[in-house]
Design a binder for this molecule. Sequence first.
Ligand code: SF4
Length: 317
Amino acid sequence: MSDIYKSYSAHLQEVYQGRVYRVGVDGLFSCPNRNSDGSGGCAFCDGTGTIAAYQNPQDRLVEISHVTIEERISQIKMQIERGKHFLKRRYRAEQFSLYFQAYTNTYDTLEHLKMLYDHALEEGPFVELIISTRPDCITDEIITLLKSYQDKVHQVWVELGLQSGSDETLTLIGRNHDVSSYINAANSLHLSGIGVCTHVILGLPGEDRRDIAHTAAIVNGVESEAVKIHNLHICHGTRLQDWYEMGEVSTASLRRHVEQSIWFLRHLNPSIVIERMVCETPEYRLVAPRAFPDKHQFLLQLRSTMEERGWVQGDLV
Ligand code: SF4
């Protein structure tokens, strides 16, 4: 439990009186921001999506467009079984959330979305349903569908990738949506009682402390309930790697990421839950940073700096 910022573990303890473990699934979604041959997309994206360490990347078939909906459902069920088994064995987990994690998990027909979410939830019980997506892939119909799950779980969440509160940066990194798209999506989700967790990246090219404070203000403005903070990671095969090799971009040291995270936290409303503060890309995908210490060292340094100086989340809001 931390009183200098609102930690995720403290939040879960408060709401569920215990730990809750996410079962991450890959529903074999694609992404509207990448071309069918895998090119394009965000400058930092290596096209592998994000899946839990205990899931098998081989399960993601190359020609996703050829996979039937029945095959996707069966893969999801297998992933949930495997995920729960792992979490029970490793952590003696008792409470689970269902996390549609990889790629853009609302980018499909409404009929397919309903089938995938319905079948996955049958493998419960789950305390939360968490759907990760892009701000421009939220429609009224999708919100109505997500709202319909509120009687099956305690809370429905959507994780929205904002990354930066600057339209200039979003254009530079090829997000192909703007800040207003994020604001509209978050506001619409809130009207239906759906929680919003916002993803941001600190250390994006050209950004300084003013941009970081501005991103925090945008997140505060929509009353996002939670955030995930990522330090800039450079993966193989990305446009960011090209920029890095040309010397145009650098990644943060431990000291710089601690400083930037503290600056962001101090500008963030104290009620916003901090779900993560360090990116954990597997080594084999990572170009830089190669020598970043583990997240425990990061958290120790962040906490001790804030405590020494009497800083807390939101003290500059
Ligand atoms: S929206 Fe997500 S999956 Fe699509 S290109 Fe960007 S980071 Fe990659």
